[in-house]
Every structure is written in structure tokens, then in C-alpha cells.
Design a protein around this ligand. Structure first.
Ligand code: GDP
Ligand code: IMO
Ligand code: MG
Length: 424
């Protein structure tokens, strides 16, 4: 058996949570492989909207196991809150959710360091979600981190105090940054106690045994390719590998075990936080997309920056990830446009460029657009691609030709049921 991968091809919030939920009945295990509570994955069904941050989006389906892999960073406080929100749904968490012993823990001081670092950067701030993601991954690669497995050891408190002392030293370098760790600690230790009550395993062993015994697995990405620590719009990125390769290191599966790679993108483009965004719209069209798409962050509530679809950026993401099929999300958000613009390439220093350059933040990029006819029809009630308006079919065919990957799924609304099969 192979591990299929589902991940975002833009700057996050493409609709990964929705599609994982739709696909879950096909899989035995859903596994998150990177990121942490900076993610906000939204699922909607039976009139209820759920937002998950660390827990995989397969949690609402019976008979599916959900694994939080070693590449994920866990904040015990947020994790406890997520579990509390799930309580009314009578999910057998102890059986359906397992944690990797090697997943790293976000400490209260990681969150403080994130805030201190952002405020020190001033107008150059990353626009981090302030969940402590950067400092936690820094401690992981700096070989200082605390992991889920540590909470079961007798010296956990000692290790915690040692790392906290290091963080206090760092925090004290930030002049004028005020903090109160003692205020944050009770909730942290309460969360640790909750984690102790869950199932923690050697997840790399677990997942490879599962593959051997014929179990089907879907790896759920967080963030998006353009936020990847290596391949994103650095330094305006997150601190993990959000790309397919991250599945191997974030779950402990070999590259030869990767199966289908499902790339998710919006019919347009959004970004939350700072950093380059070549097709960003600063006008009433951008406003309209934000309003019609309800483009506000699922984790922070911040308004998302909106713009047209960017083919050079999408091609790049497809290349890095080895995408084998695409899901186009939020097509319905473009229901009321006479025309739609597609960025086909950029002009940089008077030259035509059709890839993302190294110095994307330092050069002036002028996007060049092709105008496409809009469908001007309500797609939200569509139940089959057989009834799709011709203009939508033309948009899809054009994108498939340009991207050289089939669009297997078209999403026309936030609900589970508003998902159309476009496989020919
Ligand atoms: P994720 O982080 O990739 O899981 O995406 P988010 O949940 O942060 O953001 C996607 C938002 O769009 C959520 O509010 C979803 O409910 C919503 N959504 C997903 N697919 C569609 C769609 O096809 N149409 C519309 N209108 N909304 C959608
Ligand atoms: P999902 O999984 C959109 C962005 C932040 C910021 C940058 C770094 O819901 O798609 P971090 O807190 O990771 O240090 O922030 O990355 N960011 C996201 N943007 N969706 C996300 O996750 C994001 N996770 C982080 O806004 O620009
Ligand atoms: Mg999100």
C-alpha cells in the first residue's frame, strides 16, 4: 500500500479540511504530517461548521483512525480546547486519535518568543499566527525541544524548567517586552495532563505496520506550498516543509511509499499575513472576492488578501509536489463575474518570466493576465458536472491544459455535499 497525500498549492486555506473530510471514507487512517495550531481546517456538514487546528480532518468519520505525526507541533492548551469542542459529538477519542511520541510540544514561552520576535521585526514582521510555531521548530532543529514522549518520563518537569529558563533568557533580550509566564502555566499543565490520557505511539513504526497490513492512508498537509520553509516566499513562510517531501519526514514513510498527490487550489488566490503576492488585488474586485468568499482566517480571523489565480506559482507548486490530481475549490465565489483574469506569466525588468524568482520580495513583478469569460451562474446548487455551465467547463479545460494535471474535483460551496466529481 501507498500513502496518498493531500496538500495546499497556494498560501494555505485552500480548503484542505473540506476535501480530507470528503475523501476520508476511502481511507483507514488520516495523518497530519507537519504544522500545528497555525492551521485552521474547516469542515461543514449537517448544518454544522467545525474548525480543526491540530486534529486531522478525518475525526468525524467512524472507522477512521487519525494520527498526529512526528512532524507536527502540538500546543497542549489548544489541543485540549479542540477536544472539548468535539465532546458533544461522542467520538471515541482514545480509540480514534493517536499521537506520535516524537511530535514536539509548544510551550507557553514559545508563544511569547513568537510575539517578541514579531514585535521586534516591526513593519517587516512575518504576520505569524502567534501560535509559537517558529520558536518550537527552532528548538526542534536546535535540539532543545520537548516531545510528546517526554511527558510520560519522570524527568519531564526538570526538562520543562530547563527549556523555560533558556527561553526567559532570550525573552529578556527583548527590551520592553512584557510577559507573565506563571499566568500561562496552569493551562499548559492541564493540557499536558489531557495529552497523558491519550494514546501516544512510535508512529513511524505504527504507520509502516499499517501499510504492510494493507491499510489505506491519506496524509493531510497544513499551510500551503508557497509557505514552505524551503520553497515558499522566504522569509514570509512558516517553519515546516509543507510539500510532499514533508510527508516522508513528518510521518516516517519512505519516498517509494508515496502514492497519489492531490493538490488543492482555489479558483482564485488568497494569502493571510505578510509577504509577496504578485496577483493581489487592492481594488473593489479584491474586496468582492473577500466578501463573496468569506475570506477571513479560520485561526486568527484576519481578513485574507485576495487576488486572481497565478499559473506560474501553481505550476511551481505542482512541480515541487509531484501533484497527480487537482481539486479546484471555491469556484462558486466567482459566480458573479462577467470575466475572470488568469495570470499566465510575469514581467520582471521588462522580461517575460514564467516561474517564481529567488528575489520575489525585492523585484517589481508585473503579472500579465488572460481574460476568461465568467459563467455568471449560481454553482452552489450544482449536483453534477454534467449540468455545469460551458464557461466553467472552459475555465477548467484551460487550467488543465496549462497545468498539465487533471482537475478531478470541483468544489462549489463549503458543505461536504457541494463537491463535484470531474474525473472523465
Ligand atoms: P484549509 O486551511 O485549507 O482547510 O481551508 P480553511 O478552512 O482555512 O478555509 C477554507 C474556507 O473556505 C472555509 O471557510 C471553508 O468552509 C470554505 N470552503 C471550502 N470549500 C469551499 C467552496 O467550494 N466554496 C465556498 N464558498 N467555500 C468553501
Ligand atoms: P492552513 O493549514 C494560511 C501563515 C501566517 C504567516 C506565516 C507564518 O489553515 O492552510 P506561522 O504562524 O506559521 O509562523 O505564520 O504563515 N500561515 C497560514 N496561512 N493558512 C495556514 O494554515 C497558515 N499557517 C500559517 O499567516 O503569514
Ligand atoms: Mg486554514
Amino acid at each position: 500500500m501507498k500513502v496518498d497525500v493531500l496538500l495546499g498549492l497556494q498560501w494555505g486555506d485552500e480548503g484542505k479540511g473540506k476535501i480530507v473530510d470528503v475523501l476520508t471514507p476511502k481511507y483507514d487512517i488520516i495523518a497530519r504530517f507537519q504544522g500545528g495550531p497555525n492551521a485552521g481546517h474547516t469542515l461543514e456538514f449537517e448544518g454544522i461548521k467545525h474548525v480543526l487546528h491540530t486534529i486531522p480532518s478525518g475525526i468525524f468519520r467512524e472507522d477512521t483512525l487519525n494520527l498526529v505525526g512526528n512532524g507536527v507541533v502540538i500546543d497542549p492548551v489548544i489541543f485540549q480546547k479542540e477536544l472539548e469542542k468535539l465532546a458533544p459529538f461522542n467520538i471515541n477519542i482514545k480509540e480514534r486519535l493517536i499521537l506520535s511520541k516524537k511530535a514536539h510540544l509548544i510551550l507557553p514561552t514559545h508563544r511569547l518568543l513568537d510575539a517578541a520576535s514579531e514585535s521586534a521585526k516591526g513593519k517587516n514582521k512575518i504576520g505569524s499566527t502567534l501560535k509559537g510555531i517558529g520558536p518550537t521548530y527552532m528548538d526542534k532543529t536546535g535540539r532543545n525541544g520537548l516531545r510528546v514522549g517526554d511527558i510520560f518520563m519522570s524527568n519531564f518537569q526538570e526538562k520543562y524548567e530547563a527549556l523555560k529558563a533558556k527561553h526567559v533568557e532570550l525573552l529578556n533580550h527583548h527590551e520592553g517586552f512584557e510577559y507573565n509566564i506563571e499566568e500561562l502555566e496552569p493551562a499548559f499543565f492541564e493540557g499536558i495532563e489531557v495529552l497523558r490520557g491519550l494514546t501516544a505511539v512510535d508512529s513511524e513504526q505504527f504507520i509502516n505496520d499499517a501499510l504492510k497490513s494493507g491499510k489505506s492512508i491519506l496524509a493531510e498537509g497544513a499551510q500551503g506550498t508557497l509557505l514552505d520553509i524551503d520553497f515558499g516566499t522566504y522569509p514570509f513562510v512558516t517553519s515546516s516543509n509543507t510539500v510532499t517531501a514533508g510527508t516522508c519526514t513528518g510521518l516516517g514513510v519512505a519516498p517509494t511509499r508515496i502514492g497519489d498527490v492531490i493538490g488543492i487550489f482555489k479558483a482564485y488566490c488568497t494569502r493571510v499575513g505578510s509577504g509577496p503576492f504578485p496577483t493581489e488585488l487592492h481594488d473593489e474586485v479584491g474586496e468582492k472576492i473577500r466578501k463573496d468568499g468569506f475570506e477571513f482566517g479560520a485561526t486568527t480571523g484576519r481578513p485574507r488578501r485576495c487576488g486572481w489565480i497565478d499559473l506560474p506559482a501553481l505550476r511551481y507548486a505542482i512541480m515541487i509536489n509531484g501533484v497527480s490530481e487537482l481539486s479546484m475549490m471555491k469556484a462558486d465565489v466567482l459566480d458573479n463575474f462577467e470575466t475572470i483574469q488568469v495570470c499566465t506569466h510575469y514581467i520582471i525588468d521588462g522580461k517575460q518570466v514564467d516561474y517564481l524568482p529567488f528575489d520575489i520580495d525585492g523585484v517589481e513583478i508585473t503579472p500579465v493576465y488572460k481574460e476568461i469569460k465568467g459563467w455568471n451562474t449560481d454553482l452552489t446548487k450544482l449536483t453534477s458536472m454534467d449540468d455545469a455551465p460551458q464557461a466553467l467547463l472552459d475555465y477548467i479545460s484551460y487550467l488543465e491544459k496549462e497545468l498539465e494535471v487533471p482537475i478531478a474535483t470541483v468544489s462549489v460551496g463549503p458543505d461536504r455535499s457541494q463537491t463535484l466529481d470531474n474525473r472523465k
